[in-house]
Design a protein around this ligand. Structure first.
Ligand SMILES: *Cc1c(COP(=O)(O)O)cnc(C)c1O
Length: 418
């Protein structure tokens, strides 16, 4: 059973001050989880988790994660500016972009960020953009084909298709990139790969680590380059569905350590520092979208209309993603009706849930849409003249702080040329 991190009585207080809908984040959960991640990899001196800014680009969240020792993983100009404004400096910033603009490389270089190249052609493009090649540089690897992880109880645990993904370099290209970068002055190299998304498996990171550690040992032999870093990137998932089991980050850390000892230590590469670029795992479960029930509609199906819409959370509309929904104060009530929970966009995909069992509801009830802490507010948009909602932080002391105000019509009109 999935329970929200916020109670009915807390919500009743919050909505007196802040109108629905809003995204609410749980400071305690965020901090404790960040500490678990760092503890899981503490065996690797120099480990750094670079939080994937795109998941939750809110200054308060970024600063909080920075306080917990995280860096910032950026992939655009504005994300770089945001990281700088939040106090991230130099190698606390990872720049993992693709199809990159010259001005983005220039800003990443100016900030002293670690630059992660997505393509072989970007060796020359980077040099042309910033006038030199940095001493430390990463390259992104794409092994192609299909990536799978063994059998779970419901069949294959994970399957993704790097061969169809636009990211990274092929095996021959990454060796070529290393040689070219070294010839232009690079001294310390990093390897990065992101092979599967939202993996509910404690084997993903260890399996990926095995692939990258073997690649690192080969590239060291082949090119003589010093590989100082291996970046396991994002992809550790969260249990969106009540029947799914959460990943165990401590177990994942030990799995990676085992591969490290099996592969890198014998290769004389025990000085390699690991990095992560987790997004979803860092913030996903520690945010929710709070929305109020407005209308009931009985036609060919039963509909519950709420005051949030896909512009506040697009994952269900775009990916058919499951987000658990509970009604505040009715968490233990039996789910005796099956409804679609809809927003008000003029798009039939604007549904937070389809055929979802829920308890009896009344107009005015507060619904908590779970696990919106990553790729929730950040994917917001203004379609249909919808304004992005506020973001609030439920602090460790129980108080609530506004960390982004809701948009106003003036914000919407601000870019128009009349
Ligand atoms: C999106 C992204 C991440 C984070 O992915 P999660 O699935 O949220 O962990 C990390 N690195 C890069 C380069 C990304 O594009």
């Amino acid at each position: 059973m999935k329970r929200p991190f916020v109670t009915r009585s807390q919500l009743d207080e919050i909505v007196k001050e802040y109108p629905t809908p809003f995204h609410l984040y749980d400071e305690k959960g965020l901090r404790e989880n960040a500490r678990r991640v760092n503890a899981a990899f503490a065996w690797n001196p120099g480990f750094k988790e670079y939080f994937a800014v795109k998941a939750t680009p809110n200054p308060a969240i970024l600063k909080l994660l920075r306080e917990e020792g995280c860096g910032a993983d950026c992939s655009s100009l504005v994300e770089l500016l945001l990281a700088e404004k939040c106090g991230f400096r130099g190698h606390e910033i990872m720049f993992s972009s693709n199809n990159t603009l010259a001005e983005e490389y220039r800003l990443a270089d100016k900030l002293g960020a670690v630059i992660n190249l997505d393509d072989l052609t970007h060796v020359a493009f980077l040099e042309q953009s910033i006038g030199h090649i940095p001493e430390t540089v990463f390259c992104r690897y794409n092994p192609g084909g299909v990536f799978t992880l063994g059998e779970g109880k419901d069949g294959l645990q994970v399957m993704d298709t790097p061969g169809d993904a636009k990211y990274g370099m092929t095996r021959p290209q990454i060796a070529q990139a290393f040689r070219a970068l070294r010839a232009k002055g690079a001294r310390t190299f990093g390897i990065h790969a992101f092979l599967a998304s939202n993996t509910i498996s404690n084997q993903y990171y260890p399996e990926l680590a095995g692939i990258l550690f073997r690649l690192a040992a080969e590239l060291k032999e082949e090119t003589g380059c010093h590989i100082g870093y291996i970046n396991l990137s994002g992809g550790i998932g969260i249990p969106y569905r009540p029947e799914e089991e959460a990943n165990d980050i401590a177990l994942i850390g030990r799995g990676v350590q085992q591969k490290f000892e099996e592969i890198l230590i014998p290769a004389g590469m025990g000085d390699v520092r690991l990095c992560g670029e987790l997004g979803r795992f860092m913030t996903g479960p520690y945010g929710c979208l709070v929305t109020r029930v407005l209308h009931f509609k009985h036609i060919y199906k039963e509909y519950v209309g709420v005051d949030a819409c896909a512009a506040d959370l697009m994952r269900p509309a775009v990916y058919g993603a499951y987000h658990h929904i509970t009604a505040a104060g009715k968490e233990d009530a039996p789910c005796i009706q099956t409804v679609d929970v809809t927003g008000s966009l003029c798009e039939n995909c604007d549904k937070f849930a389809v055929d979802r069992p829920l308890p009896p509801l009344e107009a005015g009830d507060l619904l908590v849409i779970h696990d919106t802490g990553a790729h929730g507010h950040s994917m917001g948009y203004n379609y249909n003249g919808k304004l992005r909602s506020a973001e609030l932080l439920l602090q460790e002391d129980g108080g609530v702080r506004l960390i982004r105000r809701a948009e106003t019509p003036e914000d919407y009109f601000a870019t128009a040329v009349w």
